[in-house]
Design a protein around this ligand. Structure first.
Ligand SMILES: Cc1ncc(COP(=O)(O)O)c(C=O)c1O
Length: 458
């Protein structure tokens, strides 16, 4: 434990703590608040559990920021990684190839929806989307449609923190400050849907489709692409999309010659129960963006998968300037590619055995049993292995001031119950590894409930 500091910070009394507090600047974190909260340093992991430097164990309730699929320290992935380390850890993908990258490209082309046969690698979700946006923009230039430059996004959409991804998204809470630097875009209202365990209370997407129709009627000649997170807007707080919305959006984009970019950075790679979320509505996008779960939570890797017809437009002589000039030093890193191949193989086995479906059913049932109708929860929502609750003070009581940080208090309390979660203001987002067991699901919800009740009593 640390010592209280005059300025409210907790003074670190271990070397790791001191290094961290004196020199780290954590993302998406108010550091004044961070330095005033008890430290937690994760040292190792096994399955769905993480251990801190003091030897305390925690269930990884956010799958290490929505990435972990097969558990930590997975022997198969470890073996694949070690094997690849023994060959080569990094060699550039800029004008050069390697077996792991080439095989992963071929595998993703085989597994992706029809027509998506070309893969551009990068190393995080923001870049996967940034690349899709740039490919779309440049494609329209190359085929002589220079006026097609606008991007349409969906209200609350989050696609990452690079400038293109921020401009295409509508994440005012995170990015509003940078508005003056963002390129012009259009936005349609988000559809509305509440669902737990496959049972919906209410949903509406007519308003969104009407807005999309209007914007396309007015400006499709100027619109390059529409970008959307299919089925669930994760970073917005697990906002669900009604079934059928995506299919309708696809049809409208096709009719008006607008590229459809699906951001499956969160919902892809098994999180929704299928390899890709778009499979659930038989949607075939022009660009499919993958990251997070692609390497099962091991290494940074992202992929933007697109069609041969997009690819073909970029071909030409060197001096045509048609090539795509966007790449990163660690694009297609061989360690990450080898891990992704092993993870995809394990994921297919998990789906074929019916285990992933069974886990999602159990997750939905237990979530509904514990949180539907809970006096401090409004409303609960869940799809696949993703769920969220908004904490409320209870019927008729005034809302908590923002600085009460009730969501954070619940997550800090949950740590005492052996559970790691991350809040989004006063919402709690629940995203376990895909291999969470029945007992662990019970542990997760019971201890989250206990943490909420402890905080509500204070
Ligand atoms: C839907 C979605 N898109 C894009 C991103 C950005 O990914 P990254 O943080 O890897 O840049 C995220 C990250 O949470 C995401 O959830």
């Amino acid at each position: 434990m640390g010592l209280a500091h005059a300025n409210g910070a907790v003074e670190a009394d271990t070397t790791v703590d001191r290094w961290d507090r004196d020199h780290s600047w954590h993302p998406f974190t108010q550091m004044a608040e961070y330095c005033a909260t008890p430290p937690l340093h994760i040292e190792r992991g096994e399955g769905c559990w993480l251990w801190d430097t003091e030897g305390n164990r925690y269930l990884d309730g956010n799958a290490s920021i929505w990435t972990n699929a097969h558990g930590h320290n997975d022997p198969d992935i470890n073996a694949a990684l070690i094997d690849q380390v023994g060959k080569v850890s990094h060699s550039t993908y800029l004008g050069l190839s390697h077996p792991a990258g080439a095989e992963l490209g071929a595998r993703l082309a085989e597994l992706s929806p029809n027509g998506l046969d070309r893969v551009v690698f990068s190393d995080n979700g923001s870049n996967a989307v940034e690349i899709a946006l740039k490919l779309s923009f440049q494609y329209w230039q190359l085929v002589g449609r220079h006026e097609k430059r606008l991007v349409v996004g969906v209200e609350n959409g989050y696609h990452g923190d690079t400038f293109g991804a921020m401009a295409a998204g509508n994440s005012g809470g995170f990015h509003g400050r940078f508005d003056p630097w963002l390129f012009e875009s259009r936005s349609i209202p988000a559809p509305y849907c509440l669902e737990v365990n496959g049972e919906g209370e209410s949903s509406d997407f007519q308003r969104s489709l009407a807005a999309l129709e209007a914007v396309l009627d007015r400006e499709s000649e100027q619109i390059a692409a529409l970008v959307v997170e299919p089925l669930v807007q994760g970073p917005a707080g697990m906002k669900l999309m009604p079934r059928g919305f995506l299919k309708a959006v696809e049809a409208m984009c096709r009719e008006k010659e607008v590229h459809l970019i699906l951001d499956e950075v969160f919902v892809g790679c098994g999180r929704m129960g299928t390899l890709f979320a778009c499979e659930q509505e038989s949607v075939e996008p022009d660009f499919l963006c993958l990251a997070k779960g692609l390497t099962a939570g091991y290494l940074p890797l992202a992929a933007t998968v697109t069609t041969e017809s997009v690819y073909a437009a970029f071909l030409g002589s060197f001096d045509s300037g048609n090539g795509f000039y966007h790449g990163h030093t660690f694009t297609g890193n061989p360690l990450a590619a080898r891990v992704a191949l092993t993870s995809l193989q394990k994921l297919e086995a998990l789906m074929e055995s019916g285990k992933l479906d069974a886990t999602i059913r159990r997750f939905g049932e237990r979530f509904a049993a514990v949180f539907n109708g809970h006096p401090n929860v409004a409303p609960a929502r869940q799809r696949g292995l993703a769920a969220a609750i908004d904490l409320t003070p209870g019927h008729g009581k005034p809302a908590w001031p923002l600085n009460d940080r009730v969501g954070l208090q619940v997550c800090l309390e949950a740590r005492k119950h052996g559970l790691l979660l991350r809040p989004l203001l006063d919402s709690i987002l629940i995203v376990p590894p895909l291999v969470i067991s029945t007992e662990e699901i019970d542990f997760l919800f019971e201890n989250l409930k206990a943490a909420i009740e402890a905080v509500m009593k204070r």
